[in-house]
Design a protein around this ligand. Structure first.
Ligand code: ASP
Length: 328
């Protein structure tokens, strides 16, 4: 007679002792990436590896400081991305890769999960921090997405810093372009470096942003997933914030960032399940890359299907956690 309640009690006790999957997943207020690709352990020098780790940590600390002082997730995303754009190590801003025509054409996007507002820009050639163009579009324009000369003119009207196009020259990226041209590779994704950030502030607001030089040897005028809201960048309060990196054409076709949000919102999936399934499906369909994300409770995800993805997260009070390779 009392066997059934006893079994039930044992089950309840067992369940309460077994950590749920979200308890095992770290929580954070900021998660960033510095690109996904084919760099594996041993393929970059120790000092380069350390430089990547240090720059990612600095970016996390800057963004977290802002959140800690009561700042918005939108500002934290922007400041974290600006730090990475100013480094020649990443394929965004200063370290952007070259088009076939030996020019730099940068894409960026930022989205505010609290309001659903977004700003995006493509074909940026002379604005020092492309993420600032996206932010200015969000804050000061009735539009969501500006391109090329129109985007640059708008950025200048907003007082953003313009640089000579030679600012974006790095020998390493130029050599990669020559290599890609010589090997007749249409586009090249072996260099890590697109950057992105997702933040959750103390008011519970989510934001996401992404910035990139695109893919080495891309055709001029090519637009990747980064500035396409819902593909490379997406944020919605109560659901998740996502920033992607990888072969943009696939991320656009599979609407990756919004697919993850939709699974959470409509199919009640956890962010862990939603993001890992989407990245796994992408691989099955030939798409390489990964995403970073936070859900409404700050659960961190960073799934990828390449050898490495430069990535890291930080909580309100903890130390920055940074990883580079798949076995980290
Ligand atoms: N997703 C970027 C693009 O296709 C490239 C990258 O993330 O490496 O433009």
């Amino acid at each position: 007679m009392f066997l059934r309640p006893l079994i039930l009690l044992i089950c309840v006790l067992l369940m309460s002792c077994t950590p749920s999957s979200s308890e095992k997943t770290p929580k954070a207020v900021l998660v960033i990436h510095g690109g996904a690709g084919w760099i594996s352990r041993g393929s970059v020098s120790d000092s380069m590896e350390q430089a990547y780790v240090n720059t990612l940590k600095e970016s996390l600390l800057k963004g977290r400081a802002l959140i800690k002082s009561g700042g918005s997730s939108l500002d934290a995303v922007q400041i974290a991305i600006e730090h990475l754009e100013d480094s020649p190590l990443f394929n965004a801003g200063k370290g952007s890769v070259f088009t076939y025509n030996e020019t730099n054409e940068m894409d960026s996007a930022i989205m505010d999960g609290a309001t659903g507002n977004a700003g995006a820009a493509t074909g940026i050639a002379t604005i020092k921090n492309p993420i600032q163009v996206a932010r200015a579009v969000l804050d000061h324009s009735v539009h969501v997405f500006l391109s090329g000369a129109g985007a640059e003119e708008f950025a200048l009207e907003q007082g953003l810093t313009q640089v000579d196009s030679s600012y974006f020259f790095t020998q390493n990226n130029f050599d990669k372009l020559l290599e890609a041209k010589a090997s007749m590779k249409e586009v090249k994704q072996d260099k890590l470096g697109t950057v992105g950030a997702v933040a959750l502030d103390q008011n519970g607001n989510l934001a996401a942003g992404t910035s990139t030089g695109g893919m080495t040897n891309k055709r001029y005028g090519r637009i990747g997933d980064v500035p396409v809201i819902g593909a490379g960048t997406y944020a919605e309060n109560g659901v998740c914030g996502i920033s992607a990196t990888g072969h943009g054409e696939y991320f656009i076709r599979y609407v990756v960032a919004h697919d993850i949000a939709a699974r959470i919102k409509y199919a009640n999936q956890s962010i862990e399940k939603a993001s890992s399934e989407v990245i796994e499906n992408l691989k099955t369909n030939g798409g390489l890359g990964g995403v970073i994300g936070l859900d409404a409770t700050g659960t961190v995800v960073m799934p990828f299907n390449t050898k490495g993805m430069f990535r890291g997260y930080i909580s309100l009070d903890g130390e920055p956690v940074v990883a580079l390779y798949s076995d980290d």
